[in-house]
Ligand binder design. Structure first.
Ligand SMILES: [Zn+2]
Ligand SMILES: [Zn+2]
Length: 665
C-alpha cells in the first residue's frame, strides 16, 4: 500500500505528531522492525528476520519490505537494537546493502553477534556500532533521547527502551519477561521503569507473544532441577538441543555438565559462535577444558559425554536433524542416548520437530520433550508480566506489538482491565502509522509494507512471481511447450508438449491440440503487435512476448478445462521466412469455443509428435526443433497463410491476465 497522497512522510516537518511505524513484527512473530519519526529525524528500532512458512520453496529468510526506509534513507539518523535475537537483528546486514545507517546503538552481546553477520555480508563500513550499558542515554537526531533499561529475557544483555520525544516519553518494552532470579544475575531494572511511570509515559509499546497465557511466565531457573534430573538419570550420552541464542539455558546446561562430570561437545555453527561470544563477554562462565572437540568425543566414555547442538526446531540442515537421519559424519545415535529437547517448537516448525523426535526414537534413543517435562520456559512474559509492565509505566496510550493478531487483541484486553480506556488502545498492522501527540493517538495513512524473500544464497531476492512459479512447480508440475514459428508468423512444425509432475486424466493428444490452438490464436490475433516491420527483410519479432501470450492462453485453458495450474514454459524455435507452414491437427476434435474463422480445414496426416513424447520411454528433455527437420515433417502439408485457429471467446481477457503478486501484503 502506498500513501494515498503519494507523500512518504506527509507534513512530517511541520506536524507536532510523533510517528511510529512498524514495518514487521505485527500479526506475526518475527522480523521486528520499527521506525520512529519526528520532524526530519528517522530512527530505526530493531530490524529482524523471519523464517519461511510452508510453500515458500527455496526461501531461506523473510525480511520486511524496506521501500519506506530506502525512500527516506537520508533522514535515518541512527538505529537502536534491543537484544541479539534473529527476529531483532537478523535483517540488519541485508538492509545495510541497501542503505546506510549512520550509527547503531545496542547491547554488547547483540552487537558482537551482529559484527559476525556484518563481516560475512561485507558491510562493516556501512555503519558504526556503539555498545551501551544499562541506563545509558543516547541521542538520535535532534528529537530522540533513548535510555536503555535492563530487562530479563531468554537471551542475556537485553533492554527495554524509554524514548524521550518532543511529544512525551514512549516506553518500548522489547522482548521481556519479569525474571526475578536471572541466571546471569542481571536484574530487571524495575525501579527505573517505575520512575518513568511516575514522571508520565505517553505510550507503551509492549511485547504480546504470550498475551493469551494467564499467570506469570516461570523464571528461567525453573528448568534447572528438571534438566538436572534428566542428566543425572542418563546412563549413556546426553544430547541436548536448544536455541543457541538462549544464552541462559546454555549457561545452565554447561553448569550441569560440569556438575555431572560430563565433557561437552558442541555441534552447529551458531552454537559455537554464540557460546564463544557469550564467554568472551562474560555472560557464560566455565572452564576451557569443559569442552572437547567433536572429533575426540568418541574417545570419551558415554557416561562422561554431553553433546549440545542446534536443531531444536527440526531445521533440515541443523546437527540434530542430520543425526536423526543418520547422515552426520561424526555422531550416530546409540540406543543408550538420552536426547533432550530444551525448547518448544515455534508455530510452523511443529511438524519437522515431531518428525525429528520420531526418527530419533526409532533409532532407539530415549527422547525427552514436551511441556510436561519442565525443561523449557518461554522468554516472553504472560498476562501477569504484562500487567506488571502496565502497572509500572501507567501509560496514557497503549499499542500491543510483537505478536499475531489474537495476541494483540488479548493484550489490549489486559490493558483495558488495567484501566487504559479502549479508545486509548490501538491494534495496528505492519505499515500502519501510529501518530502520537501529547493528548491523542490515531492511525495515519499507512506506508508500504510487505515482505522480501531471500533465497538460500541470501543474495537473491525471491520476488512474488518467482515464488508463485515455485509453488506451481511443486504443486502442479510443469508443462513445456516447444513451438516452431517462422518470421512470417506461421507455425512450421507441430508443437512438442512435455509434462513433468502434472497429474491429469486428459488424453495427451488433447494437450497437443490445445497447444496448437493457443499458438494459432496468438499468431492470428497478436502477431501484428508482436512483430514490427522495421524496414528490413525480416520483421523484428518479440519472441518473449509470443511465448508469454501462448503460456497465458494455455494456462487459462488448462485451468478451465482440467482444473490444473501447472507452470507453463513455452520455448519458441524461430524459423526463417518462407519456411512452409505446418497445417495442424487442431480440427481433429471439436472445440468448445466459437467456431474458427475460415471454417473447417483438412486434417494433417501425421500424428502429433508431442503425443509420443508424453510416454515415459520417449519423455526426454525437449530439444529445439531444427528448422530444416521441422520443415521436412511438414513439407507435404499445404502452406496456408495463417494457422486458422479458433478465436478466443474473450480475447480482451488476456490483457488482464497477469501472474499475481500473491505474497505481498
Ligand atoms: Zn527475543
Ligand atoms: Zn522477538
Amino acid at each position: 500500500m502506498t500513501n494515498s497522497n503519494g507523500n512518504s512522510h506527509p507534513a512530517a516537518a511541520k506536524s507536532p505528531a510523533l510517528r511510529v511505524i512498524p514495518l514487521g513484527g505485527l500479526h506475526e512473530i518475527g522480523k521486528n522492525t520499527c521506525v520512529f519519526e519526528y520532524g526530519d529525524d528517522l530512527m530505526l528500532v530493531d530490524a529482524g528476520l523471519a523464517f519461511p512458512s510452508d510453500g515458500m520453496h527455496g526461501v531461506n529468510v523473510v525480511l520486511p519490505d524496506t521501500s519506506y526506509l530506502r525512500e527516506n534513507q537520508k533522514r535515518i539518523r541512527g538505529m537502536i537494537v534491543t537484544h541479539g535475537h534473529e527476529d531483532h537483528i537478523g535483517g540488519i546486514p541485508h538492509h545495510l546493502k541497501n542503505f546506510n545507517i549512520p550509527i547503531i546503538y545496542g547491547p554488547r552481546l547483540a552487537l558482537s553477534m551482529l559484527t559476525g553477520k556484518m563481516e560475512e555480508a561485507g558491510v562493516m563500513d556501512r555503519t558504526k556500532l556503539q555498545t551501551v550499558s544499562p541506563r545509558d542515554v543516547v541521542s538520535v537526531g535532534q528529537h530522540f533521547k533513548v535510555e536503555f533499561i535492563r530487562n530479563t529475557h531468554s537471551i542475556a544483555d537485553s533492554f527495554s527502551l524509554a524514548i524521550t520525544t518532543p511529544v512525551g516519553v514512549v516506553v518500548f518494552t522489547g522482548d521481556f519477561k519479569f525474571d526475578h532470579t536471572p541466571v546471569d544475575g542481571e536484574y530487571f531494572d524495575i525501579q527505573r521503569m517505575a520512575q518513568y511511570g511516575e514522571q508520565g509515559v505517553l505510550c507503551l509499546f509492549s511485547d504480546s507473544t504470550n498475551a493469551e497465557l494467564p499467570g506469570f511466565t516461570p523464571p528461567e531457573r525453573a528448568v534447572f532441577p528438571n534438566l538436572d534430573r534428566h542428566i543425572g538419570n542418563a546412563d549413556g550420552r546426553v544430547i541436548i538441543t536448544t536455541f543457541a541464542s538462549s544464552v541462559h539455558r546454555v549457561s545452565m546446561i554447561l553448569e550441569l555438565a560440569l556438575k555431572h562430570g560430563r565433557k561437552v561437545g558442541l555441534l552447529g555453527r551458531s552454537m559455537l559462535n554464540v557460546i564463544a561470544k557469550a564467554r568472551e563477554l562474560g555472560y557464560i562462565r566455565c572452564p576451557d577444558d569443559l569442552f572437547v572437540p567433536i572429533k575426540q568425543i568418541r574417545d570419551l566414555p558415554d557416561r562422561e559425554t554431553l553433546l549440545l547442538m542446534t536443531g531444536s526446531q527440526g531445521e533440515p540442515l541443523a546437527a540434530l536433524s542430520r543425526i536423526s537421519r543418520g547422515d552426520h559424519p561424526q555422531v550416530q545415535v546409540k540406543s543408550s542416548d538420552t536426547i533432550i529437547f530444551s525448547a518448544s517448537p515455534i508455530p510452523g516448525n511443529t511438524i519437522s520437530v515431531v518428525n525429528t523426535i520420531d526418527s530419533l526414537m526409532m533409532l532407539g534413543a530415549k527422547v525427552v520433550y514436551g511441556k510436561g517435562e519442565g525443561i523449557h520456559v518461554s522468554g516472553h512474559g504472560s498476562q501477569e508480566d504484562e500487567k506488571l509492565m502496565l502497572a509500572l509505566t501507567r501509560p496514557r496510550f497503549f499499542v500491543p506489538v510483537h505478536g499475531e493478531h489474537r495476541m494483540l487483541v488479548a493484550h489490549t484486553r489486559t490493558a483495558q482491565s488495567m484501566g487504559v480506556p479502549a479508545d486509548h488502545c490501538l491494534i495496528i498492522d505492519n505499515g500502519d502509522v501510529v501518530e502520537l501527540t501529547p493528548d491523542g493517538i490515531r492511525k495515519g495513512d499507512p506506508v508500504k509494507a510487505g515482505i522480501e524473500l531471500l533465497d538460500a544464497s541470501r543474495n537473491g531476492i525471491v520476488d512474488a512471481r518467482v515464488l508463485k512459479e515455485r509453488q506451481q512447480l511443486a504443486e502442479d508440475g510443469v508443462i513445456t511447450l516447444l513451438a516452431a514459428i517462422s518470421t512470417d508468423g506461421l507455425m512450421v512444425a507441430p508443437p512438442r508438449v512435455n509434462l513433468r509432475g502434472v497429474v491429469t486424466t486428459a488424453d495427451p493428444r488433447k494437450l497437443s491440440v490445445w497447444a496448437e490452438r493457443e499458438i494459432g490464436w496468438v499468431l492470428e490475433n497478436r502477431w501484428n503487435q508482436l512483430a514490427r516491420h522495421t524496414g528490413g527483410t525480416a520483421p523484428d519479432v518479440d519472441w518473449v512476448g509470443v511465448q508469454r501470450e501462448v503460456e497465458l492462453g494455455l494456462q487459462r485453458r488448462l485451468r478451465r478445462e482440467l482444473q490444473v495450474d501447472p507452470l507453463i514454459l513455452c520455448l519458441v524455435q524461430p524459423a526463417p521466412a518462407g519456411t512452409p507452414a505446418y497445417k495442424g491437427q487442431a480440427d481433429q476434435e471439436a472445440d468448445t469455443r466459437p467456431a474458427p474463422r475460415g471454417g473447417r480445414r483438412e486434417v494433417g496426416r501425421e500424428a502429433p509428435s508431442g503425443v509420443q513424447r508424453l510416454t515415459p520411454a520417449a519423455s526426454s528433455t525437449p530439444r529445439p526443433v531444427a528448422t530444416p527437420a521441422a520443415a521436412a515433417v511438414v513439407e507435404a502439408k499445404a502452406a496456408v497463410a495463417t494457422q486458422a485457429a479458433p478465436v478466443d471467446s474473450e480475447p480482451e481477457g488476456r490483457a488482464r491476465r497477469r501472474r499475481s503478486a500473491a505474497v505481498a501484503g
